[in-house]
Design a protein around this ligand. Structure first.
Ligand code: NDP
Length: 300
């Protein structure tokens, strides 16, 4: 194996320590405790796990954490009323509505009801527009984490060829905008892309955000390229005689690591950075709301 393994767990621990330091300064010097409200509608087991771990991480960073758990049949009107209340709560600096929402709720309407300055997921249409025009915004957590790891590894990204596989609103598109912002030459690939292997072979940086287990093999990777694997896929290892379910990325790690210059593992790569960046966004939102200096290196 030749690639450097980019350790997302270790990197995330560094980011979380930086966030905690900044929180301590906000509390001690200004008497302000950053607050994050997470809203969960329904009882989706995976969402419950995410919400619990976000709450725990928020506490550990010294911030105020508030969870609102609503019944699955909560009306849009009631959910919007809660968001309005949180928008007007001066002790809350970040609001996150856990997705997906139950089908009877209009996700776009709900997300766009959040005050853009408190939109720590960066999904509000205003933040999407600000990011797209290179202005200060709240940046979606997963692509922000990927960008931090890439900057840390490369220093400058200027002039590098980057291929983002996947064009979702939450990962692929904002990732491409961030790479463009750092002066990469960016290609966005998707399910209709012709000759995807050849497109990926041209990349100095590959970000795979597809949701297909081990879809990108090592022979698609340019020797020495940096590979960021966003995918989280659960595969039933029983079928392979390995005895239990395991998590894999969108990249075939074993073959890609032989060719790449650097690669993120799954688990332990992008995943831990996503929560770290949620904390970073909350402390950034709090600093901005109070007209104070933003923590350095924690935003795009
Ligand atoms: P979406 O399903 O919203 O988007 C998947 C994208 O992949 C689409 O743009 C789709 O193209 C493209 N795609 C699908 N099949 C192919 C193919 N055969 N070749 C090329 N492109 C293809 O997924 P998300 O962006 O939400 O998530 C992607 C992955 O990242 C998932 O595994 C998810 O679990 C993971 N994830 C991980 C996070 C983390 O914290 N680590 C956070 C968020 C997501 P098209 O648009 O043409 O359909």
């Amino acid at each position: 194996m030749s690639a450097k393994i980019i350790d997302g767990k270790e990197f995330a621990a560094r980011v979380r320590a930086q966030v905690k330091d900044h929180v301590t300064r906000l509390v001690n010097d200004h008497g302000i405790t950053p607050g994050l409200a997470v809203v969960l509608v329904g009882e989706d087991p995976a969402s419950q796990v995410y919400v619990r771990s976000k709450g725990k991480a928020t506490h550990e960073a010294g911030m105020k954490s508030v969870e609102h758990k609503l019944d699955i049949d909560t009306s849009e009107k009631d959910l919007l009323a809660l968001i309005d209340q949180l928008n007007n709560d001066a002790t809350i600096h970040g609001i996150l509505v856990q997705l997906p929402l139950p089908k009877h709720l209009n996700e776009d309407l709900v997300i766009n009801a959040i005050d853009p300055a408190k939109d720590v997921d960066g999904f509000h249409i205003s933040n999407v527009g600000l990011l797209g025009t290179g202005q200060k915004s709240m940046v979606p957590c997963t692509p922000l984490g990927c960008l931090m790891m890439l900057r840390d590894h490369h220093g400058s990204l200027s002039g590098l060829n980057a291929v983002v596989v996947g064009r979702s609103n939450i990962v692929g598109k904002p990732m491409a905008q961030l790479l463009l912002g750092d002066s990469c030459t960016v290609t966005i690939a998707h399910s209709r892309t012709k000759d995807l292997p050849e497109v990926v072979r041209g990349a100095d940086i590959v970000v795979a955000a597809v949701g297909r287990a081990e879809m990108v093999p090592g022979d698609w990777i340019k020797p020495g390229a940096t590979v960021i694997d966003v995918g989280i896929n659960r595969i039933d290892a029983h079928e392979k005689g390995e005895g239990k379910t395991r998590l894999v990325g969108d990249v075939d790690f074993a073959s890609a690591a032989k060719v790449a210059g650097a690669i993120t593992p799954v688990p332990g790569g992008v995943g831990p950075m996503t929560i770290a960046c949620l904390l970073a966004n909350t402390v950034t939102a709090c600093s901005r709301a109070n007209g104070l200096e933003e923590p350095e290196g924690l935003t795009a």
